[in-house]
Design a protein around this ligand. Structure first.
Ligand code: NCD
Ligand code: ZN
Ligand code: ZN
Length: 347
């Protein structure tokens, strides 16, 4: 049998664990179990809860709930609609980044781009501003990065028209990073027919030519982010945007490695090293993942995520997460979490 694969603990800077407020979809326990099951030891949770996390009071409440439930480590991004700048100074200490939504997506949380300059100036931190900015607004947003030099991370880049302005900004030396999701790397708009509403997400799935553009320009992509966005089956039938991803990202990427689309070194850089450096998190050699090198099919029935479905159900992948070790202690082994709720750390 081939050797066990050993990787550093993966870090996902973009997940939606839905707690508090929408725990029918996921909660901090099920969501961080899904993280461990997928080889992730640290995740960063987005602020688009049922009630957006735009005040320090709400952020503190969220952290308090997480403390009693998480089994992986977790950090939080703060939110803004431009009306909470006086909260930033305190929020900056507690949060790992500031997330802004410039397009319609899950949560009633759309920001008018005319607020950007004011928000960027007020945040003014080494901690990144993360953007949901699709092709129509990305250039406007990057102009603000140019003006302020504020580190900016563009989330879930899905196509040529989104990646091109980022490539140009990087070439111009702006402090810009970007992430792609596995669904934009492994699914295209052709899959929408097969997936129906389970293929609904923001940004939407794009033509194969865009998918190829992402793969061909991997050198400009800093991180793989799962954008783990669980919804119940009923909610999906009603048209909710977003797909889960924590448990399927690493096996999909290892399958891509096997097909020669990415090297092991690049996989580690995009799933662990770069996410850490964007957040400013140091590496810990006693936190790692062991993976059995075998082929298998993703199965809805085996998911820890409360939503219980994946757009990758029955897809062949490579690498079964066998054991996860955090700070020298086994926290997940052979499909089961080995620690109790609340044993993860708050970043
Ligand atoms: C995300 C969600 O459901 O919270 N949905 C999505 O389609 N990606 C929000 C987001 O990341 O835009
Ligand atoms: Zn988004
Ligand atoms: Zn998201």
């Amino acid at each position: 049998m081939a050797d066990i694969i050993k990787l550093p603990g993966l870090v996902d800077i973009h997940v939606h664990l839905r707690d508090p407020g929408q725990t029918q979809k996921e909660d901090f326990y099920s969501g961080t179990m899904a993280a461990l099951a997928g080889g992730y030891t640290t995740v960063f949770d987005m602020p688009n809860n049922a009630e957006p996390i735009t005040t320090v009071v709400k952020l503190k409440e969220k952290i308090k709930i997480a403390k009693t439930k998480v089994v992986s480590d977790i950090g939080f991004h703060f939110g803004s609609l431009g009306d909470n700048l006086s909260e930033f100074e305190q929020a900056k200490k507690l949060a790992s980044g500031l997330k802004l939504y410039l397009n319609v997506t899950t949560g009633n949380y759309l920001l008018d781009p005319s607020y950007l300059l004011k928000i960027f100036k007020a945040w003014n931190s080494k901690k990144p501003i993360l953007l949901h900015a699709e092709a129509d607004v990305i250039k406007t947003a990057l102009k603000i990065t140019q003006q302020t030099k504020q580190p900016t991370h563009v989330c879930h880049v899905s196509c040529r028209d989104e990646l091109m302005p980022i490539i140009e900004a990087k070439k111009a030396g702006l402090p810009v990073t970007c992430g792609v999701t596995p669904h934009h790397l492994f699914l295209s708009n052709k899959d929408e027919l097969r997936l129906g509403n389970y293929g609904l997400m923001k940004p939407a799935l794009k033509p194969k030519s865009d998918q190829d553009f992402l793969w061909n320009n991997m050198g400009y992509i800093d991180v793989i982010e799962s954008d783990h966005a669980p919804h119940t089956r009923t909610e999906k039938k009603e048209g909710a945007f977003g797909v889960p991803g924590l448990e399927t990202t690493l096996p999909l990427m290892l399958q891509a490695e096997r097909e020669g689309k990415i090297t092991r070194q690049d996989l580690i850089i995009k799933c662990s090293t770069n996410p850490r450096s964007i957040i400013g998190l140091s590496e810990d050699p006693t936190t790692y993942v062991e993976i059995t090198p075998e082929e298998y099919k993703i199965s809805n029935a085996q998911l820890k995520s409360k939503c219980g479905w994946s757009p990758f159900d029955s897809q062949s992948v490579f690498g079964r997460i066998k054991r996860v070790v955090m700070r020298g202690k086994t926290v997940f082994e052979n499909g089961e979490t080995q620690v109790k709720q609340g044993s993860g750390r708050i970043i």
